[in-house]
Design a protein around this ligand. Structure first.
Ligand code: PLP
Length: 457
């Protein structure tokens, strides 16, 4: 069954690694809408953004026109410690499913932080260092982003202050300790160390926190501490730019063997891994050079693309951040506490939101028990213990492969395997004990959050 010529793992040479990131905005006819000042509702200027973000990153955030942005040599050298990442032909999964489909996955879990987030963490830390800053603040949910940033900051000798969503801080002590091992300070959010944290605690005593709330705290901490800036692990244009390294490597590897994917699948939380994986393929699609089916997979319990509104919204619960036009469930939305599979942010990357709205990609949502079934099936044949987030993509890749089995089509399926799940065993335990249920928010619940969307004209 196996095509002898294609190895189980396609590795690139160091010399084949990308020298530049690819900025898909350059090829988009409809550009993502600009971030707005939450007070004036005018587009944020570079100067305003510079109070929150590092200068070079502000430039990248606002650059809708430059297709290729060189990756500084220091970042390329850091990448070489854990990249190029393998593109794996899932022969064992294909065999198990008895499908004629050819399945490939790009594996981003081969670094200590365990996910793709290190690709942007090192870039953001590098520009902060270059600007002569003392440190950075950020939020983290499950902890992968905080871990990645802690690693990058340790490498460059920067301070790293992490606000960690309280439920994760309590349920994921190991990830917290990894961050501390790399020298980061970790505060459970909401906390009493910021004005916005104290306000949220007063209004919602006993809250387990949310990403939106931790973002507000991290931004406040950055703007009120001299020599600090805020960094974010997903959603922003700059993060998708850095993550394009995933797609560029994948494209080079596939081109080497003459492989063209029919379907490209990725999990979508804030959209950074998917935006990175699809970047060069979407570029071809936008330029009319090739066509691909592109599918974003999100949890049914946090369905921003499939059930959200495409509107300007606050990026954070505390409403201190700029407004972003994106598919959103409303900045007050917090997924049910039994939601164990990550991907819990209320909004979606403005770039992906625009591409989705323009009909250039699809989205599906999947219930979490189905996600964990796929995770287990994958682990048992491919060996890798996948992150719950990544397993959303596995679910849909398996579903598509099973459709091929019915129709006899030999489609080529590519998906992003964003990370490993070693620190997510509490979620796996719930699944094994039959304590995981598939909470899906009702239309009425969502309507209440939509009613809170800011009115922008
Ligand atoms: C953070 C994370 C995601 C989701 O974030 P995106 O920005 O949507 O990519 C997916 N998988 C893993 C392993 C993660 O750590």
């Amino acid at each position: 069954m196996a095509n002898e010529k294609i190895p189980y793992k396609i590795y690139l040479e160091e010399s084949e690694m990308p020298q530049s990131w690819y900025n898909v905005r350059a090829d988009m006819k409809n550009k993502p809408a600009p971030l707005l000042n939450p007070g004036t509702h005018q587009p944020m200027t570079a100067e305003e953004l510079g109070g929150v973000f590092c200068a070079d990153l502000v430039q990248q955030e606002l650059d809708n026109d430059t297709a290729f942005i060189p990756i500084p040599e220091e970042i390329r050298n850091f990448y070489k410690m854990y990249r190029p990442s393998p593109l794996v032909r899932a022969y064992c999964l294909e065999e198990k499913l008895q499908t004629p489909a050819k399945i490939y996955y790009k594996f981003e879990g081969n670094n200590t932080s365990g996910s793709h987030k290190l690709n942007s963490a090192i870039a953001q830390a590098y520009y902060a260092k270059k600007q002569g800053l003392k440190g950075v603040t950020t939020e983290t949910g499950a902890g992968q982003w905080g871990t990645a940033l802690a690693m990058a900051c340790a490498y460059l000798g920067l301070d790293c202050k992490v606000y960690m969503v309280k439920v994760s801080y309590e349920q994921k002590p190991f990830r917290r300790e990894v961050m501390r091992t790399y020298g980061a300070s970790v505060t459970p959010s909401p906390s009493d160390t910021t004005n916005v944290g104290r306000k949220i605690l007063a209004e919602h005593p006993g809250t387990t926190g949310s990403l939106g709330c931790a973002i507000s705290e991290a931004v406040e901490a950055a703007v009120s501490t001299p020599g600090y800036r805020y960094v974010l692990g997903s959603v922003l244009n700059q993060v998708l730019l850095h993550q394009s390294v995933i797609g560029l490597e994948t494209k080079t590897a596939m081109d080497k063997y003459g492989i063209k994917p029919d379907i490209i699948i990725g999990c979508a939380g804030g959209g950074s891994n998917l935006g990175g994986l699809i970047a060069p393929f979407m570029g071809q699609k936008l330029r009319g050079e090739a066509d691909y089916r592109i599918v974003a997979v999100e949890p049914a319990s946090c369905p921003s693309l499939t059930r959200g509104r495409f509107a300007y919204d606050f990026a954070d619960t505390g409403m201190v951040c700029p407004l972003a036009k994106m598919y959103t469930l409303g900045s007050g939305f917090i997924p049910a506490p039994n939601h164990a599979g990550g991907l819990r942010y209320h909004g979606m990357s403005p770039i992906l939101s625009q591409l989705y709205d323009d009909g250039l990609m699809e989205a599906v949502s999947v219930p979490q028990t189905k996600v964990f079934e796929a995770a287990e099936q994958f682990a048992r044949v491919e060996g890798i213990l996948p992150a719950p987030e990544s397993s959303h993509a596995i679910r849909v890749a398996i579903d598509e492969a099973l459709k091929c089995k019915e129709t006899g089509e030999e489609k080529t399926i590519l998906f992003g395997l964003t990370g490993t799940g070693y620190f997510d065993m509490v979620a796996y335990e719930k699944f094994h004990e039959g304590q995981m249920d598939d909470y899906v928010p009702s239309d009425e619940e969502l309507a209440a959050y939509f009613a809170q969307l800011p009115k922008i004209d």
